[in-house]
Design a binder for this molecule. Structure first.
Ligand SMILES: Nc1ncnc2c1ncn2[C@@H]1O[C@H](COP(=O)(O)OP(=O)(O)O)[C@@H](O)[C@H]1O
Ligand SMILES: [Mg+2]
Length: 452
Protein backbone atom coordinates (compact mmCIF):
# COMPACT_ATOMS: atom_id res chain seq x y z
CA UNK A 1 0.00 0.00 0.00
CA UNK A 2 1.45 3.43 -0.88
CA UNK A 3 2.17 5.56 2.24
CA UNK A 4 0.17 8.45 0.76
CA UNK A 5 -3.04 7.42 -0.90
CA UNK A 6 -3.68 8.83 -4.38
CA UNK A 7 -6.00 11.81 -4.33
CA UNK A 8 -9.61 11.06 -5.11
CA UNK A 9 -12.28 13.70 -5.71
CA UNK A 10 -11.93 17.32 -4.51
CA UNK A 11 -11.95 18.68 -8.05
CA UNK A 12 -14.71 21.20 -7.30
CA UNK A 13 -12.94 22.41 -4.16
CA UNK A 14 -9.62 22.81 -5.96
CA UNK A 15 -11.29 24.66 -8.80
CA UNK A 16 -12.89 27.06 -6.34
CA UNK A 17 -9.58 27.60 -4.53
CA UNK A 18 -7.90 28.34 -7.85
CA UNK A 19 -10.59 30.88 -8.72
CA UNK A 20 -10.24 32.64 -5.37
CA UNK A 21 -6.45 32.68 -5.75
CA UNK A 22 -6.77 34.43 -9.09
CA UNK A 23 -8.95 37.23 -7.66
CA UNK A 24 -7.66 40.19 -5.63
CA UNK A 25 -10.13 39.47 -2.82
CA UNK A 26 -10.89 37.62 -0.68
CA UNK A 27 -7.23 37.06 -0.07
CA UNK A 28 -7.33 33.51 1.22
CA UNK A 29 -9.38 30.39 1.86
CA UNK A 30 -10.39 28.62 5.05
CA UNK A 31 -11.03 24.88 4.71
CA UNK A 32 -13.37 23.79 7.48
CA UNK A 33 -14.49 20.28 8.34
CA UNK A 34 -14.53 17.49 10.88
CA UNK A 35 -11.43 15.57 11.94
CA UNK A 36 -10.23 13.21 9.23
CA UNK A 37 -12.46 14.51 6.46
CA UNK A 38 -9.47 15.54 4.32
CA UNK A 39 -8.67 19.21 5.10
CA UNK A 40 -4.90 18.82 5.38
CA UNK A 41 -4.77 16.81 2.18
CA UNK A 42 -6.86 19.39 0.35
CA UNK A 43 -4.68 22.24 1.66
CA UNK A 44 -1.55 20.38 0.51
CA UNK A 45 -3.08 19.77 -2.91
CA UNK A 46 -3.98 23.48 -3.11
CA UNK A 47 -0.35 24.39 -2.44
CA UNK A 48 0.81 21.91 -5.11
CA UNK A 49 -1.60 23.59 -7.49
CA UNK A 50 -0.25 27.02 -6.56
CA UNK A 51 3.32 25.83 -7.21
CA UNK A 52 2.29 24.43 -10.58
CA UNK A 53 0.98 27.93 -11.41
CA UNK A 54 4.37 29.43 -10.58
CA UNK A 55 3.54 30.76 -7.12
CA UNK A 56 5.75 30.33 -4.06
CA UNK A 57 4.46 28.38 -1.11
CA UNK A 58 5.24 27.86 2.56
CA UNK A 59 3.66 25.41 4.97
CA UNK A 60 3.13 25.44 8.72
CA UNK A 61 1.07 23.07 10.83
CA UNK A 62 -0.02 24.01 14.33
CA UNK A 63 0.10 21.35 17.02
CA UNK A 64 -0.89 20.92 20.63
CA UNK A 65 2.75 21.56 21.63
CA UNK A 66 3.32 24.57 19.37
CA UNK A 67 0.17 26.23 20.70
CA UNK A 68 1.88 27.18 23.97
CA UNK A 69 4.82 29.04 22.40
CA UNK A 70 4.77 32.44 20.68
CA UNK A 71 5.09 31.95 16.91
CA UNK A 72 5.33 28.26 17.85
CA UNK A 73 3.77 27.00 14.63
CA UNK A 74 5.59 29.35 12.28
CA UNK A 75 9.00 29.47 13.83
CA UNK A 76 10.69 27.55 10.97
CA UNK A 77 9.52 30.21 8.50
CA UNK A 78 10.72 33.24 10.45
CA UNK A 79 14.09 34.99 10.43
CA UNK A 80 16.55 34.35 13.26
CA UNK A 81 16.10 37.77 14.79
CA UNK A 82 12.47 38.60 15.40
CA UNK A 83 12.26 41.79 17.36
CA UNK A 84 10.26 44.96 17.27
CA UNK A 85 9.76 47.97 19.50
CA UNK A 86 6.05 47.14 19.79
CA UNK A 87 3.66 44.38 18.87
CA UNK A 88 2.47 45.98 15.57
CA UNK A 89 6.05 46.70 14.51
CA UNK A 90 7.09 43.16 15.34
CA UNK A 91 4.18 41.80 13.33
CA UNK A 92 5.02 43.98 10.33
CA UNK A 93 8.66 42.97 10.46
CA UNK A 94 7.92 39.28 10.75
CA UNK A 95 5.31 39.46 7.99
CA UNK A 96 7.67 41.17 5.56
CA UNK A 97 10.42 38.66 6.33
CA UNK A 98 7.94 35.86 5.70
CA UNK A 99 6.71 37.31 2.45
CA UNK A 100 10.27 38.07 1.32
CA UNK A 101 10.84 34.30 1.13
CA UNK A 102 8.76 34.33 -2.03
CA UNK A 103 10.88 37.02 -3.75
CA UNK A 104 8.88 38.52 -6.60
CA UNK A 105 6.22 35.80 -6.44
CA UNK A 106 3.05 35.85 -4.43
CA UNK A 107 3.32 33.67 -1.34
CA UNK A 108 0.65 31.06 -0.76
CA UNK A 109 0.85 30.22 2.93
CA UNK A 110 -0.58 26.88 4.07
CA UNK A 111 -1.61 26.92 7.72
CA UNK A 112 -2.84 23.57 8.93
CA UNK A 113 -5.03 23.20 12.03
CA UNK A 114 -5.28 26.92 12.61
CA UNK A 115 -7.56 26.31 15.60
CA UNK A 116 -4.35 25.26 17.40
CA UNK A 117 -2.38 28.37 16.48
CA UNK A 118 -0.74 30.39 19.22
CA UNK A 119 -1.89 34.01 19.42
CA UNK A 120 1.21 35.48 17.75
CA UNK A 121 1.04 33.13 14.77
CA UNK A 122 -2.72 33.71 14.44
CA UNK A 123 -2.16 37.48 14.45
CA UNK A 124 0.49 37.06 11.77
CA UNK A 125 -1.80 34.99 9.54
CA UNK A 126 -4.54 37.56 10.00
CA UNK A 127 -2.11 40.37 9.21
CA UNK A 128 -0.89 38.85 5.91
CA UNK A 129 -4.49 38.18 4.85
CA UNK A 130 -5.67 41.67 5.81
CA UNK A 131 -2.81 43.39 4.00
CA UNK A 132 -2.92 41.01 1.02
CA UNK A 133 0.77 40.31 1.58
CA UNK A 134 0.21 36.57 1.17
CA UNK A 135 -2.62 34.20 0.32
CA UNK A 136 -3.34 31.95 3.31
CA UNK A 137 -4.81 28.49 2.80
CA UNK A 138 -5.99 27.73 6.30
CA UNK A 139 -7.54 24.56 7.68
CA UNK A 140 -9.71 24.52 10.81
CA UNK A 141 -11.55 21.71 12.51
CA UNK A 142 -15.23 22.37 12.98
CA UNK A 143 -16.39 22.29 16.58
CA UNK A 144 -13.02 23.52 17.87
CA UNK A 145 -12.59 27.02 19.18
CA UNK A 146 -10.18 29.15 17.15
CA UNK A 147 -8.71 32.48 18.25
CA UNK A 148 -10.48 35.67 17.19
CA UNK A 149 -7.81 36.50 14.61
CA UNK A 150 -8.57 33.26 12.78
CA UNK A 151 -12.36 33.43 13.11
CA UNK A 152 -12.18 36.98 11.74
CA UNK A 153 -10.68 35.63 8.51
CA UNK A 154 -14.05 34.35 7.35
CA UNK A 155 -16.28 36.47 9.56
CA UNK A 156 -14.79 39.67 8.12
CA UNK A 157 -14.68 38.33 4.58
CA UNK A 158 -10.88 38.25 4.38
CA UNK A 159 -10.98 34.62 3.29
CA UNK A 160 -13.50 32.40 1.56
CA UNK A 161 -14.72 29.64 3.86
CA UNK A 162 -15.06 26.29 2.12
CA UNK A 163 -16.77 23.41 3.89
CA UNK A 164 -14.91 20.15 3.32
CA UNK A 165 -17.48 17.37 3.09
CA UNK A 166 -16.96 13.62 3.37
CA UNK A 167 -16.24 11.69 0.20
CA UNK A 168 -19.12 10.13 -1.76
CA UNK A 169 -19.70 6.39 -1.91
CA UNK A 170 -18.18 6.18 -5.38
CA UNK A 171 -15.14 8.12 -4.22
CA UNK A 172 -14.71 5.85 -1.20
CA UNK A 173 -14.81 2.76 -3.39
CA UNK A 174 -12.36 4.24 -5.90
CA UNK A 175 -10.06 5.28 -3.07
CA UNK A 176 -10.04 1.88 -1.36
CA UNK A 177 -9.20 0.07 -4.59
CA UNK A 178 -6.54 2.62 -5.47
CA UNK A 179 -5.02 2.38 -1.97
CA UNK A 180 -5.02 -1.42 -1.98
CA UNK A 181 -3.84 -1.48 -5.58
CA UNK A 182 -6.37 -4.12 -6.58
CA UNK A 183 -10.05 -5.02 -6.73
CA UNK A 184 -12.01 -5.26 -3.47
CA UNK A 185 -15.08 -7.48 -3.14
CA UNK A 186 -18.49 -5.80 -2.88
CA UNK A 187 -19.37 -6.65 0.75
CA UNK A 188 -16.01 -5.29 1.94
CA UNK A 189 -16.52 -2.05 0.02
CA UNK A 190 -20.02 -1.78 1.43
CA UNK A 191 -18.80 -2.21 5.01
CA UNK A 192 -16.00 0.29 4.60
CA UNK A 193 -18.39 2.86 3.14
CA UNK A 194 -20.99 2.28 5.84
CA UNK A 195 -18.52 2.51 8.70
CA UNK A 196 -16.49 5.46 7.41
CA UNK A 197 -19.37 7.47 5.93
CA UNK A 198 -16.83 9.02 3.57
CA UNK A 199 -14.37 10.20 6.24
CA UNK A 200 -10.93 9.62 4.68
CA UNK A 201 -9.07 9.10 7.97
CA UNK A 202 -11.73 6.69 9.21
CA UNK A 203 -11.38 4.74 5.99
CA UNK A 204 -7.62 4.68 6.30
CA UNK A 205 -7.78 3.50 9.92
CA UNK A 206 -10.21 0.72 9.03
CA UNK A 207 -8.07 -0.46 6.13
CA UNK A 208 -4.85 -0.33 8.17
CA UNK A 209 -6.32 -2.12 11.18
CA UNK A 210 -8.00 -4.64 8.86
CA UNK A 211 -4.62 -5.42 7.31
CA UNK A 212 -2.79 -5.50 10.65
CA UNK A 213 -5.30 -7.94 12.14
CA UNK A 214 -5.58 -10.01 8.97
CA UNK A 215 -9.24 -9.20 8.66
CA UNK A 216 -8.73 -7.49 5.33
CA UNK A 217 -6.88 -10.06 3.25
CA UNK A 218 -5.94 -10.57 -0.35
CA UNK A 219 -7.12 -13.83 -1.85
CA UNK A 220 -5.76 -14.23 -5.34
CA UNK A 221 -6.24 -10.81 -6.90
CA UNK A 222 -9.20 -9.73 -4.76
CA UNK A 223 -9.29 -8.15 -1.30
CA UNK A 224 -11.91 -9.58 1.07
CA UNK A 225 -13.10 -8.68 4.55
CA UNK A 226 -12.95 -11.73 6.84
CA UNK A 227 -14.84 -11.72 10.09
CA UNK A 228 -16.91 -9.02 11.64
CA UNK A 229 -16.68 -5.28 11.72
CA UNK A 230 -18.39 -3.56 14.64
CA UNK A 231 -21.66 -2.15 13.29
CA UNK A 232 -20.86 1.51 13.86
CA UNK A 233 -17.53 2.12 15.55
CA UNK A 234 -16.59 5.76 16.11
CA UNK A 235 -13.44 7.08 14.50
CA UNK A 236 -11.80 7.66 17.86
CA UNK A 237 -12.57 4.06 18.89
CA UNK A 238 -10.89 2.72 15.77
CA UNK A 239 -7.83 4.87 16.47
CA UNK A 240 -7.84 3.80 20.14
CA UNK A 241 -8.03 0.14 19.16
CA UNK A 242 -5.06 0.47 16.79
CA UNK A 243 -2.96 2.41 19.29
CA UNK A 244 -3.97 0.05 22.09
CA UNK A 245 -1.91 -2.76 20.58
CA UNK A 246 1.41 -0.94 20.66
CA UNK A 247 4.37 -2.36 22.52
CA UNK A 248 5.94 -0.14 25.22
CA UNK A 249 8.81 1.09 23.03
CA UNK A 250 6.48 2.23 20.25
CA UNK A 251 4.07 3.71 22.75
CA UNK A 252 6.83 5.80 24.34
CA UNK A 253 7.96 7.13 20.97
CA UNK A 254 4.41 8.18 20.16
CA UNK A 255 3.97 9.73 23.61
CA UNK A 256 7.07 11.84 23.02
CA UNK A 257 5.51 13.08 19.80
CA UNK A 258 2.08 13.59 21.33
CA UNK A 259 3.61 15.97 23.87
CA UNK A 260 6.34 17.57 21.84
CA UNK A 261 5.58 17.40 18.11
CA UNK A 262 7.00 18.38 15.79
CA UNK A 263 10.30 16.87 16.96
CA UNK A 264 13.59 16.94 15.13
CA UNK A 265 14.44 13.50 13.76
CA UNK A 266 17.82 13.41 15.52
CA UNK A 267 16.23 14.39 18.84
CA UNK A 268 13.60 11.65 18.58
CA UNK A 269 16.18 9.09 17.53
CA UNK A 270 18.39 10.03 20.48
CA UNK A 271 15.67 8.89 22.89
CA UNK A 272 14.29 6.03 20.79
CA UNK A 273 16.18 4.63 17.81
CA UNK A 274 16.29 4.94 14.06
CA UNK A 275 14.68 1.51 13.70
CA UNK A 276 11.80 2.47 15.99
CA UNK A 277 11.09 5.58 13.96
CA UNK A 278 11.26 3.66 10.68
CA UNK A 279 8.96 0.94 12.00
CA UNK A 280 6.38 3.47 13.16
CA UNK A 281 6.56 5.25 9.85
CA UNK A 282 6.01 1.96 8.01
CA UNK A 283 2.93 1.42 10.15
CA UNK A 284 1.69 4.88 9.09
CA UNK A 285 1.69 6.13 12.68
CA UNK A 286 4.11 8.97 12.13
CA UNK A 287 5.46 10.98 9.24
CA UNK A 288 8.91 12.39 8.66
CA UNK A 289 9.43 15.50 6.58
CA UNK A 290 12.27 15.66 4.08
CA UNK A 291 15.37 17.47 5.31
CA UNK A 292 17.99 14.93 6.39
CA UNK A 293 19.10 15.34 9.99
CA UNK A 294 17.02 18.49 10.30
CA UNK A 295 13.89 16.61 9.25
CA UNK A 296 11.01 16.84 11.65
CA UNK A 297 8.70 14.12 12.78
CA UNK A 298 4.97 14.32 13.50
CA UNK A 299 2.20 11.92 14.29
CA UNK A 300 0.41 10.83 11.13
CA UNK A 301 -2.76 12.57 12.35
CA UNK A 302 -3.51 14.96 15.25
CA UNK A 303 -6.22 12.58 16.45
CA UNK A 304 -3.49 10.11 17.43
CA UNK A 305 -2.03 12.76 19.72
CA UNK A 306 -5.43 13.42 21.27
CA UNK A 307 -5.97 9.72 21.97
CA UNK A 308 -2.44 9.22 23.32
CA UNK A 309 -2.52 12.31 25.56
CA UNK A 310 -5.86 11.25 27.00
CA UNK A 311 -4.31 7.90 27.93
CA UNK A 312 -1.06 9.26 29.32
CA UNK A 313 -1.00 9.56 33.09
CA UNK A 314 0.02 12.97 34.45
CA UNK A 315 3.18 11.58 36.04
CA UNK A 316 4.29 9.95 32.77
CA UNK A 317 3.51 13.19 30.96
CA UNK A 318 5.86 15.03 33.31
CA UNK A 319 8.52 12.37 32.84
CA UNK A 320 8.21 12.60 29.06
CA UNK A 321 8.70 16.37 29.12
CA UNK A 322 11.79 15.89 31.27
CA UNK A 323 13.14 13.40 28.72
CA UNK A 324 12.41 15.90 25.95
CA UNK A 325 14.10 18.78 27.78
CA UNK A 326 17.21 16.72 28.51
CA UNK A 327 17.37 15.39 24.96
CA UNK A 328 17.07 18.86 23.48
CA UNK A 329 19.74 20.23 25.83
CA UNK A 330 21.99 17.33 24.84
CA UNK A 331 21.68 18.31 21.18
CA UNK A 332 22.92 21.80 22.08
CA UNK A 333 19.52 23.53 21.96
CA UNK A 334 20.93 25.95 19.41
CA UNK A 335 17.86 26.95 17.47
CA UNK A 336 16.10 30.16 18.35
CA UNK A 337 12.97 28.41 19.55
CA UNK A 338 14.87 25.88 21.67
CA UNK A 339 15.27 28.19 24.65
CA UNK A 340 11.52 28.46 25.18
CA UNK A 341 10.99 24.78 24.46
CA UNK A 342 13.55 23.64 27.03
CA UNK A 343 12.37 26.13 29.65
CA UNK A 344 8.66 25.26 29.34
CA UNK A 345 9.36 21.52 29.27
CA UNK A 346 11.49 21.89 32.40
CA UNK A 347 8.82 23.92 34.11
CA UNK A 348 6.06 21.50 33.11
CA UNK A 349 8.03 18.45 34.16
CA UNK A 350 9.78 19.48 37.35
CA UNK A 351 7.85 22.61 38.23
CA UNK A 352 11.23 24.34 38.13
CA UNK A 353 14.29 24.92 36.06
CA UNK A 354 17.61 26.66 36.34
CA UNK A 355 16.83 30.30 37.26
CA UNK A 356 19.15 31.60 34.54
CA UNK A 357 17.37 29.46 31.95
CA UNK A 358 13.94 30.58 33.14
CA UNK A 359 14.93 34.23 33.17
CA UNK A 360 16.41 34.09 29.70
CA UNK A 361 13.29 32.36 28.47
CA UNK A 362 11.08 34.94 30.19
CA UNK A 363 13.08 37.67 28.43
CA UNK A 364 12.52 35.90 25.12
CA UNK A 365 8.80 35.59 25.81
CA UNK A 366 8.54 39.31 26.53
CA UNK A 367 10.38 40.14 23.33
CA UNK A 368 7.52 38.31 21.60
CA UNK A 369 5.00 40.18 23.78
CA UNK A 370 3.77 36.94 25.30
CA UNK A 371 3.33 38.30 28.81
CA UNK A 372 1.38 35.38 30.30
CA UNK A 373 4.20 33.01 29.31
CA UNK A 374 6.83 35.49 30.52
CA UNK A 375 5.05 35.69 33.84
CA UNK A 376 4.80 31.92 34.17
CA UNK A 377 8.52 31.57 33.52
CA UNK A 378 9.40 34.45 35.83
CA UNK A 379 7.34 32.93 38.60
CA UNK A 380 9.38 29.80 38.09
CA UNK A 381 8.87 27.09 40.63
CA UNK A 382 6.74 29.18 42.94
CA UNK A 383 3.57 29.28 40.97
CA UNK A 384 1.63 31.16 43.58
CA UNK A 385 2.82 34.24 45.41
CA UNK A 386 5.96 36.22 44.78
CA UNK A 387 8.23 35.56 41.87
CA UNK A 388 11.87 34.60 42.03
CA UNK A 389 14.25 37.45 42.91
CA UNK A 390 15.59 37.19 39.38
CA UNK A 391 12.04 37.50 38.13
CA UNK A 392 11.56 40.73 40.01
CA UNK A 393 14.79 42.05 38.60
CA UNK A 394 13.78 41.08 35.11
CA UNK A 395 10.28 42.51 35.42
CA UNK A 396 11.61 45.85 36.59
CA UNK A 397 14.36 45.89 34.00
CA UNK A 398 11.85 45.34 31.22
CA UNK A 399 9.70 48.10 32.66
CA UNK A 400 12.71 50.39 32.88
CA UNK A 401 13.41 49.73 29.22
CA UNK A 402 9.87 50.64 28.33
CA UNK A 403 8.50 47.09 28.12
CA UNK A 404 6.50 46.39 25.01
CA UNK A 405 5.51 49.89 24.08
CA UNK A 406 5.92 53.07 26.00
CA UNK A 407 2.77 53.44 28.08
CA UNK A 408 1.61 56.93 28.91
CA UNK A 409 1.74 57.63 32.60
CA UNK A 410 -0.99 59.89 33.89
CA UNK A 411 -1.46 61.14 37.40
CA UNK A 412 -5.02 62.44 37.02
CA UNK A 413 -7.95 60.30 35.86
CA UNK A 414 -7.65 59.40 32.19
CA UNK A 415 -9.00 61.93 29.74
CA UNK A 416 -12.15 60.92 27.83
CA UNK A 417 -10.21 60.09 24.70
CA UNK A 418 -7.84 57.87 26.60
CA UNK A 419 -9.06 54.63 28.02
CA UNK A 420 -7.40 53.00 30.96
CA UNK A 421 -5.83 49.75 30.00
CA UNK A 422 -7.59 46.83 31.52
CA UNK A 423 -5.60 44.74 33.90
CA UNK A 424 -3.26 43.74 31.11
CA UNK A 425 0.05 41.96 31.13
CA UNK A 426 2.10 45.06 31.78
CA UNK A 427 0.13 45.75 34.92
CA UNK A 428 0.71 42.20 36.00
CA UNK A 429 4.42 42.63 35.50
CA UNK A 430 4.35 45.74 37.64
CA UNK A 431 2.42 43.86 40.26
CA UNK A 432 4.99 41.10 40.12
CA UNK A 433 7.89 43.47 40.53
CA UNK A 434 6.19 45.13 43.47
CA UNK A 435 4.98 41.94 45.10
CA UNK A 436 8.54 40.64 45.21
CA UNK A 437 9.21 43.30 47.86
CA UNK A 438 12.50 44.25 46.25
CA UNK A 439 12.79 47.99 46.68
CA UNK A 440 15.64 48.92 44.35
CA UNK A 441 15.38 50.11 40.77
CA UNK A 442 12.81 52.15 38.94
CA UNK A 443 9.24 52.34 40.13
CA UNK A 444 6.36 52.27 37.71
CA UNK A 445 3.89 55.14 37.72
CA UNK A 446 0.65 54.56 39.61
CA UNK A 447 -1.52 54.40 36.56
CA UNK A 448 -1.05 53.62 32.88
CA UNK A 449 -3.22 54.67 30.01
CA UNK A 450 -3.07 53.78 26.35
CA UNK A 451 -4.30 55.80 23.44
CA UNK A 452 -7.62 54.51 22.10
N1 LIG B 1 -9.47 13.08 -1.25
C1 LIG B 1 -8.59 12.24 -0.73
N2 LIG B 1 -8.03 11.28 -1.49
C2 LIG B 1 -7.14 10.44 -0.95
N3 LIG B 1 -6.75 10.42 0.32
C3 LIG B 1 -7.25 11.37 1.12
C4 LIG B 1 -8.21 12.32 0.65
N4 LIG B 1 -8.55 13.13 1.65
C5 LIG B 1 -7.83 12.70 2.72
N5 LIG B 1 -7.06 11.66 2.40
C6 LIG B 1 -6.16 10.92 3.31
O1 LIG B 1 -6.90 10.63 4.50
C7 LIG B 1 -6.13 10.87 5.67
C8 LIG B 1 -6.84 11.90 6.54
O2 LIG B 1 -6.94 13.13 5.82
P1 LIG B 1 -6.50 14.54 6.43
O3 LIG B 1 -6.37 15.49 5.30
O4 LIG B 1 -5.33 14.37 7.31
O5 LIG B 1 -7.79 14.87 7.32
P2 LIG B 1 -8.07 16.17 8.21
O6 LIG B 1 -6.97 17.13 7.98
O7 LIG B 1 -9.39 16.69 7.75
O8 LIG B 1 -8.13 15.67 9.62
C9 LIG B 1 -4.77 11.30 5.17
O9 LIG B 1 -3.94 10.18 5.14
C10 LIG B 1 -5.03 11.81 3.76
O10 LIG B 1 -3.90 11.71 2.89
MG1 LIG C 1 -5.56 17.79 9.31
Amino acid sequence: MPPTWPLVGRLAELELIEQVMARPSPAGVVLAGEAGVGKTRLAQEALDLARSRGLSTAWAAATHASASLPFGALTHLLPEDVRGPGRPALLRRVASALVARAGEDRLVLGIDDAHLLDEASAALVHHVAATGAAFPVVSVRTGEEATDAIVALWKNGLAERIEVHPLSRDEVETLVEAALEGPVEGPALHRLWQASAGNALFLRELVLSGMETNTLVREGRVWRWKGSMAPAPRLVEVVEARLGHLDPVDRQALELLALGEPLELDLLESVTSGEDVERLERRSLLTTSAGGRRASVRLAHPLYGEVIRARTAKASGRHIKKVLAEALEATGARRREDLLRVATWRLDSEGSGHPKLLMEAAGRAISYFDYPLAERLARGPRRQGAIMPQGAFWARRSLARGGSRKPTPCSAPCSPNQRPRRSGPTLRLIALAISSGDSGGPRPPRRWCSAP
